[in-house]
Ligand binder design. Structure first.
Ligand SMILES: [Zn+2]
Ligand SMILES: [Zn+2]
Length: 454
C-alpha cells in the first residue's frame, strides 16, 4: 500500500515478481510528483526504492546489479489506462505476451486491457481466466476492465458487482458508445455501488453515421464521409450530466476535439467526477495526414484540425485532461493495407508514445518534459492505483530513457505483433532503454546490455 492507501501497480497481474537489489548509477531523475529533478544514484532493495543518494555516493549491496545510467533520464515508469491486448480470440493481431512486451519497451510499468475481445469480457469467469493468463504471460503488470453491457450489445448491464469481485478494475464498452441514456444512467448507479470507474468511448452513432474521418475541409476535398465533432461532445455533455446526477464516476477516453474539451471542462466545473484522456496521435497529428489515404491514419475518434489539436494541448497543460492513454489498437496487415474507406480503425501506440510526445511537443518547447512525465503516469489514478514515483519506500517502477537517441520508428521492427503505427517511418528523438518494474528489469534494449555492469 502507498502512503495514501492506494494499491501499487505491482499488485496487478504479471509474470514477474518483486525484484532484488539494484543500483541505478548516475541517471538524471525527473519526477514531478516527488519534486525530484537532479542527477543521482537510486538504490533499490527487495523491489523498493531504499534511498536516493548524490551521484557516485550509492553503495551496491552484495549480489545486486549495478546499472550505469549516466547520460540517461530516470522517470517514474508510465501507466497506460487504454490498451487493446486482443486476447481472447484475436491473437493474430496481438496477445498478452507481445502486447505487454510492447508496453515494457515503451517504458510502461502497468497497463489496462480493454474488453472488446472475442468473446467480450462480460463474465466473471473470463476476467478470472485472463488474470491467470496475465500472471503467466504478462511482461508488465496488467489489469482488466469488463464490459458495461452484455455482449457489448448496449442494452442489458453485466453483473457489475460480480465482475468487480473477480478483479475487474472498471467497466468499458470501448469500441462502441453506450448510446442509450437510460442504460448509461443505470450503469452509473451500479458504479456508485461497486466502485471502479466507467471508461467511455463517446460518440453518437446517429451523428457518426458512416463517417470514416473527421468532418471538415479535408473530408470534403477527399469526398469521404465525415464524423462531426458534436458526435463526441454531445455524448460527453450527456454523460457529464448523468455522472453528476448519480454521483458516479466515469472517464472519457481519447478526446479528439475542442468541443469535447469544453464539454469536459463544463462537467468538471459543475462538480462531476469525470476524468479524461488524450492519445499521443491526437496530440501530434491532424486530419491533413489523411490526404495520403494511408489507413495508418484511420482511427476512432478521427484525427481532427490544427485548431482541435491546439485545444487538446491546452487541455493537457491546464489539467482539464488528466492523463495520456495510447489506445494501442493492433490490426493485422490485411485489415489495414486496403482502401481507406474499408480499413479497420485504430493504430498501435505503446512503443512510440513517449518518443512522439517528446519529439513533437517537448523539443519544440510546446509542453514541459515534466508535464508529459506526470500525465503519462496519471492513468493509474483512474483505478485507485498509486502512480509510480521515484521516492524512498515506493515500489521501484522506473523508465530509463535516452533523450538523445535518434531512431526511425519501425525501422528495427516492433515488439507488438502488428505494425499499424501512425508514426512508422518518422524520425523520433528519445527512446526508453530499460524498464524496471517492482525492482526487476522488465525490458532492456539489446544494444544497452553492453553498458551494464555487475
Ligand atoms: Zn474507443
Ligand atoms: Zn480503444
Amino acid at each position: 500500500m502507498s502512503a495514501d492507501g492506494r494499491r501499487e501497480i505491482g499488485t496487478l497481474d504479471w509474470r514477474g515478481s518483486a525484484g532484488g537489489d539494484l543500483l541505478i548509477r548516475g541517471a538524471h531523475a525527473l519526477d514531478p510528483r516527488s519534486d525530484l529533478d537532479r542527477e543521482c544514484d537510486i538504490l533499490v532493495r527487495a523491489g523498493r526504492i531504499a534511498a536516493i543518494a548524490d551521484s557516485g555516493a550509492g553503495q551496491l549491496p552484495d549480489g545486486g546489479e549495478e546499472i550505469d545510467a549516466s547520460g540517461l533520464h530516470a522517470f517514474p515508469a508510465f501507466f497506460d489506462p487504454h490498451v487493446h491486448l486482443r486476447t481472447p480470440g484475436q491473437e493474430y493481431r496481438e496477445d498478452i505476451e507481445t502486447g505487454t512486451r510492447a508496453a515494457a519497451a515503451g517504458g510502461f510499468c502497468g497497463i489496462v486491457a480493454m474488453a472488446n475481445t472475442d468473446p467480450v469480457v462480460d463474465d466473471p469467469a473470463i476476467v478470472a481466466a485472463l488474470r491467470e493468463r496475465a500472471e503467466a504471460e504478462a511482461a508488465v503488470p496488467t489489469g482488466y476492465v469488463a464490459t458495461v453491457t452484455r455482449g457489448m450489445g448496449g442494452r442489458e448491464l453485466t453483473e457489475m458487482a460480480a465482475l468487480r469481485e473477480a478483479g475487474a478494475l472498471g467497466f468499458s464498452d470501448d469500441g462502441l458508445p453506450i448510446a442509450d441514456a437510460g442504460v448509461m444512467r443505470r450503469a452509473l448507479q451500479y458504479q456508485h455501488l461497486v466502485g471502479g470507474t466507467i471508461l467511455l468511448h463517446e460518440e453518437d452513432p446517429t451523428l457518426t453515421g458512416d463517417g470514416v474521418m473527421a468532418e471538415g475541409a479535408v473530408s470534403a476535398a477527399l469526398g469521404l464521409a465525415g464524423v462531426p465533432d458534436v458526435s463526441e461532445s454531445t455524448m460527453i455533455a450527456r454523460d457529464g450530466a448523468l455522472c453528476l446526477y448519480e454521483d458516479a464516476r466515469a472517464h472519457v477516453q481519447h478526446l479528439s476535439a475542442r468541443a469535447s474539451v469544453d464539454a469536459v471542462a463544463i462537467a468538471k466545473s459543475a462538480g462531476a467526477q469525470l476524468t479524461a484522456e488524450l492519445t499521443p496521435h491526437h496530440l501530434v497529428l491532424t486530419d491533413e495526414e489523411v490526404r495520403s489515404l494511408d489507413a495508418r491514419f484511420k482511427m476512432n475518434p478521427p484525427l481532427r484540425t490544427e485548431d482541435d489539436r491546439q485545444a487538446l494541448i491546452e487541455a493537457l497543460r491546464s489539467g482539464v485532461v488528466d492523463c495520456i492513454g495510447t489506445d494501442h489498437a493492433p490490426h493485422a496487415g490485411h485489415e489495414k493495407e486496403v482502401p481507406f474507406e474499408v480499413a479497420n480503425m485504430g493504430v498501435t501506440g505503446l512503443e512510440t508514445a513517449f518518443a512522439a510526445l517528446y519529439t513533437e511537443l517537448v523539443m519544440p518547447g510546446v509542453v514541459d518534459l515534466a508535464l508529459i512525465v506526470q500525465r503519462m503516469g496519471a492513468g493509474a489514478g483512474l483505478f485507485d492505483l498509486a502512480p509510480s514515483r521515484i521516492a524512498p519506500d515506493t515500489e521501484a517502477d522506473i523508465a530509463l530513457v535516452d533523450l538523445d537517441a535518434e531512431w526511425e520508428a519501425g525501422a528495427d521492427g516492433w515488439e507488438s505483433r502488428s505494425d499499424n503505427s501512425c508514426f512508422a517511418g518518422r524520425r523520433l528523438r528519445s527512446r526508453p532503454v530499460i524498464t524496471i518494474v517492482a525492482g526487476a528489469v522488465a525490458y532492456r534494449r539489446r544494444e544497452f546490455a553492453m553498458k551494464v555492469a555487475g
